[in-house]
Unconditional design. Structure first.
Length: 491
């Protein structure tokens, strides 16, 4: 059986899933990488090339077959080559009683001042730790073990060239954790039938098999599609013979589910007070009808500002930037869409923030303390971040914070929807809101923005930014549509 270091990434990203490993092993085709994944791959390659460029002398082993590169890697090590790029390490070993061929391609093997080699891999991730990126720690650990087995001595150091440019040292455990992970992965590869893996909205988002697994789970009415049923609970229910929503509802009421024990870390705990909401959501999906819990508590106001931001996470931007602050007033006195965008220069982030403060100030001057309506807590978190980063000299951002109105918890507390998740994109479709763009979404917008930052042609850049602005404007329109829909429940 062949195992590669990339199998660890397959297992762990975008989230841990043995089914994904099994499907790839059996040759099942997943979706092609989308714009966001393509951007990540390209940025990763550029990050790696920048590190490669710092070395004056490099043996580049990237061309050729894997077997050829294995031989050439050994030869380069014997010659004490200062830097070996894209060498291949391959070892035959027994894992879990199975003969395995294990291989990996570390980015760099670097001869240090002690006369020993360090193994180094380039990653665009900025946080290199077991909690955020267990797969990186395991991958570099596997490289260390492969080097140890190949040359009869461990590497002098295991290192990651992180997205910050920092060289992070990883402790070497002689391959213990890596071999345990590979044993688990091997088990999934050897299965002749698909292992059960509960779907989950955040778990499956970004997975190439999302479009395969979600429709199948919905068709089967898998209990995992019920909001509130997480991975541990779905597995625990399955162990009790409860696989479908119908079986779930015939087996549990609120009180029975509250007493049900599910995994919680290394222990178990009762479902408890979450049971009521879970059973209610299951009933809504089973009946394909929403269930009104209480009258939505939407504060009355003649006008509301819809408020939505677009940002780049740390792995795509060194300062964790919000590049678009979108606002639009709806109601008795609507106003045009306003977008404060970050500039493309060195001071662009500050410019975007200051423009946003000016636009928000104008809205307060024209409408008073008007509600700033958003979906989920992203906007509040970003306001705090930017107040700390650049300040709030006139208190405009603080005033925005005081007037924030998050529609998500209002919706959750008011209506059980026959949906797997209360995402704005999902809820807006449920209520009948239609967009004009064929492609859209937060990750799509991030990819487009990265594309715009790299354009020298101002006209092309403006066209791309117009697409992002249209997406953001329609986010605001969708939020307004949901607000009106909620208010209709009070009539």
């Amino acid at each position: 059986m062949k195992l590669t270091v990339s199998d660890i990434y397959t297992y762990y990203r975008p989230s841990k899933c043995g089914l994904r490993v099994n499907l790839k092993e059996r040759g099942v085709e997943g979706a092609a990488p989308g714009p966001y994944e393509q951007v990540l791959e390209r940025l990763g390659q550029e990050h790696e090339r920048r590190h490669l460029a710092i070395f004056p002398s490099v043996v580049d082993l990237s061309p050729g077959t894997l077997d050829e590169r294995v031989t050439r890697t050994k030869e380069a090590i014997e010659k004490r080559s200062p830097v070996i790029y894209q060498g291949v390490l391959k070892v035959n070993s027994v894992i879990g009683g199975t003969d395995c061929e294990i291989s990996g391609v570390p980015d760099f093997l670097i001869l240090d001042d002690t006369g020993a080699y360090a193994v180094c891999d380039s990653k665009i991730s900025r946080r290199i730790n077991e909690k955020d990126h267990a797969e990186i720690i395991l991958q570099i650990g596997t490289y260390g073990w492969l080097f140890d087995q190949t040359f009869g001595q461990p590497p002098n150091r295991l290192q990651v060239h992180s997205g910050t440019g920092e060289i992070v040292d990883i402790p070497y455990d002689h391959g213990s954790a890596a071999l345990e992970a590979l044993d688990t992965i091997l088990g999934f590869k050897q299965l002749t039938s698909e292992p059960y893996s509960p779907v989950g909205w955040s778990k499956c988002n970004g997975c190439p098999f999302h479009s395969r697994c979600w429709p199948q789970a919905e068709k089967n009415q898998d209990v995992a599609i019920v909001a509130g049923v997480d991975q541990g609970l779905a597995r625990a229910l399955r162990e009790e013979g409860v696989e479908t929503i119908e079986q779930f509802l015939s087996s549990f009421d609120e009180e029975q589910l509250a007493q049900f024990h599910r995994p919680w870390g290394k222990k178990t705990r009762r479902v408890g007070k979450e049971a009521t909401a879970i059973v209610r959501m299951a009933r809504a999906i089973a009946s394909s009808e929403e269930i009104l819990i209480q009258t939505p508590t939407v504060p009355e106001s003649p006008n509301y500002v819809m408020f939505d931001l677009e940002g780049l996470p740390p792995q795509l931007d060194e300062i964790d930037k919000t590049y678009l602050w979108g606002m639009q007033v709806f109601g008795d006195r609507p106003c045009d869409y306003v977008a404060s965008t970050a500039g493309f220069g060195d001071d662009g982030d500050r410019q975007g923030w200051e423009n946003f403060l000016e636009e928000a100030k104008r809205i307060f001057e024209g409408y008073g303390d008007i509600p700033f309506v958003h979906w989920h807590h992203y906007e509040r978190i970003r306001l705090d971040m930017y107040i700390e980063r650049f300040g709030d000299p006139e208190g405009v951002a603080a005033r925005v914070k005081e007037n924030l109105l998050d529609l998500l918890p209002i919706t959750q507390k008011s209506i059980a929807l026959p949906l797997p998740i209360y995402s704005l994109k999902v809820v807006e479709q449920y209520i009948g809101f239609e967009r004009t763009q064929d492609e859209y979404g937060g990750t799509w917008a991030m990819a487009k923005y990265i594309e715009a930052t790299e354009m020298a042609d101002e006209k092309q850049r403006a066209e791309v930014m117009d697409e992002i602005l249209t997406y953001n404007e329609e986010d605001l329109q969708a939020t307004w549509a949901v607000l009106r829909w909620l208010k209709s429940k009070t009539d």
